[in-house]
Design a protein around this ligand. Structure first.
Ligand code: NCD
Length: 307
């Protein structure tokens, strides 16, 4: 059987995505049933860029399934520092592990690795491009909170230019009926034109606005906040100018719909004030928990393990 990788959220059809989310919900409800299904299996986490949630949730996911973990957490601590290519690294890792998750600052690096890999490779974030496993997490969270993935009005706020989670989430939700987007960003951090053009070509309703105010938030089912991606700026002064452009605090949230869920892939910097954390609409910590179930379901799906 051909090895299956995950590079983009669109690598899974809508039906496959729904099946994976169903599996994640079953895992959430029946943890014990899955606790030994990966006994003897290993995941390699190959992280060339910092991470807390993505790497640790992949590792927790494999451990929850009974498997083991190996890997590195920075470029400096791997042979990349000596000049080894991702293509060579994955050939070697294929001898040591059954599946790999790779994060890399360069767009397309996990794809290059997958072409040389004899084990499934998961894109755990490639530069400012895609982050499909965060999308599975986000979809699982939204479906669990709202009971559906169609007929939703989704606001995405912050760094829409470099925020890879936003690009992947828009691509994935665009496949559902009745979706509309409100894209909230400073002029300099607008959504890339390839994403905008794709929305237009598909006839998906969207608006682009700068202000996060009552009018912008009215009618939103979900407000997806994002951090300004400091590491992708060429110039520190621009980052400093942009970094506190949006701050969702208690006063601002008081203007939002009662049933609007606030999501954030995390880490947050200043864009959501901690005073919002206790509001029932703040769902970002639950979202991080869903990330473990989504990744458990993904590992089982790519490894072809049926329970
Ligand atoms: C995101 C990422 O790495 O793109 N983090 C994550 O994986 N949860 C978002 C971010 O870093 O801002």
């Amino acid at each position: 059987m051909a090895v299956r990788h995950l590079m983009s959220p669109l690598d899974f059809s809508v039906e496959e995505t729904e099946k994976l989310l169903d599996l994640a919900n079953d895992i959430e409800a029946n943890r014990e049933k899955y606790s030994h299904v990966c006994d003897g299996k290993r995941i390699a986490t190959l992280f060339y860029e910092p991470s807390t949630r993505t790497r640790l949730s992949f590792e927790a996911a494999m451990m929850n399934l009974g498997g083991k973990v190996l890997g590195f957490h920075s470029e400096d601590s791997s042979s990349a520092a000596k000049g080894e290519s991702v293509a060579d690294t994955i050939r070697i890792v294929s001898c040591y592990a059954d599946i790999a998750a790779m994060r890399h600052p360069k767009e397309g690096a996990p794809l290059v690795a997958s072409l040389k890999s004899s084990i499934p490779v998961i894109n755990a974030g490639d530069g400012g491009h895609q982050h499909p496993t965060q999308t599975l997490t986000d979809m699982l969270t939204i479906r669990s909170l709202k009971g559906r993935l169609g007929n939703l009005r989704i606001g995405l706020c912050g760094d829409l230019k470099f925020g890879r989670t936003v690009h992947s989430l828009i691509a994935s939700l665009s496949r559902y009926e009745g979706i509309s987007f409100v894209l909230i960003s400073p002029e300099e951090l607008r959504i890339p034109s390839y994403v905008r053009n794709s929305l237009s070509a598909q006839g998906i309703p969207f608006t682009e606005v700068v202000k996060l105010d009552e009018e912008t938030m009215s009618g939103l089912d979900v407000l997806y906040m994002t951090r300004v991606q400091k590491e992708r700026f060429f110039n520190e002064a621009d980052y400093i100018r942009m970094k506190d452009f949006y701050i969702l605090d208690r006063d601002k949230l008081a203007l939002a719909p009662e049933d609007m869920s606030v999501l954030h892939p995390l880490p947050r910097v200043n864009e959501i004030s901690v005073e919002v954390d206790d509001d029932p609409r703040a769902c970002y910590f639950r979202q991080a928990q869903y990330g473990v179930y989504a990744r458990m379901a993904l590992i089982l799906t790519l490894m072809g393990i049926e329970v």
